[in-house]
Write a protein that binds this ligand. Structure first.
Ligand code: 6PG
Length: 241
């Protein structure tokens, strides 16, 4: 795995990662009219998003930042499991972001319809060419999934569609997710991984000689962009020094 690995102490992880994200947004806005940022779900990002929201930093022109999601649970936006709701509470409600810059996956719709609508929205924003996101945030589950690309599901192998619905047997639940062609096309991919429960999967993936669909996060190899794994010391505990 040719990822750039950055390790932070648990106490500094959220702030350090938030500062990396802010720096990337700032760099992007120096050269481009807008920054297209994909948020990840799960619990790890909550603290990072709160730091982003509270950061006393050089001003970011949030009017020029567009927010997307890497995946969504098929639940209404106000549901406790909604990735949109988590980001809204921790980040979006605290920043001056125009509503039209917030592009959520419609978890309240049928999964197929939600995926199709999201792909159509991406087509509008990226002139019907493969979307090029400036920064995609991702997490990793204990089984090696990322976004909602779960091992053994058809979503992992999807090569045509940009967005796909996926039924996850272990969760007995539907998800909607960006697919690898879109994720790999990003200018920068930043994995956010913390906690001792992730030490084993981090070691498994980062020590792979070659990517495997059994560990879908290992398949996230950008075509030409940067790949960064931001870990706290607990998640990095099993990595060779
Ligand atoms: C989701 C995420 C998922 C998440 C991992 C890690 O919808 O849950 O997109 O891919 O990033 O499951 O989740 P934690 O950060 O909660 O460990």
């Amino acid at each position: 795995m040719n990822a750039e690995v950055e390790i932070f102490s648990p106490s500094e992880f959220d702030l350090a990662v938030a500062q990396k994200i802010l720096a990337r947004i700032g760099q992007t806005l120096q050269d481009a009219a807008a920054c297209h940022l994909v948020l990840t779900g799960g619990s790890t990002p909550r603290g990072i998003y709160s730091q982003l929201a509270s950061q006393k930093h050089e001003p970011i022109d949030w009017q020029r930042v567009h927010f997307y999601w890497g995946d969504e649970r098929v639940v209404p936006p106000e549901h406790a499991d909604s990735n949109f709701r988590m980001a809204k509470e921790a980040l979006l409600d605290h920043l001056p972001i125009p509503q039209e810059n917030i592009h959520r996956m419609r978890g309240e719709s049928e999964p197929e319809q939600a995926a199709q609508e999201y792909a159509e929205m991406l087509g509008e924003h990226f002139a019907n060419t493969l979307p090029v996101f400036d920064l995609i945030l991702l997490g990793v589950g204990g089984d090696g999934h990322t976004a909602s690309l779960f091992p053994g599901t058809s979503a992992v192998a999807e090569k045509q569609d940009w967005v796909t619905p996926v039924f996850v047997p272990k969760l007995k639940a539907w998800r909607v997710t960006l697919t690898l062609p879109v994720i790999k096309h990003a200018k920068e991919i930043l994995f956010l991984i913390s906690g001792s429960s992730k030490a084993d999967i981090v070691q498994q993936i980062l020590s792979l000689k070659k990517p495997t669909p059994q560990l879908p996060a290992s398949l996230v190899q950008p075509e030409s962009g940067n790949l960064i794994w931001a870990l706290d010391e607990e998640a990095a505990a099993l990595l060779k020094k």
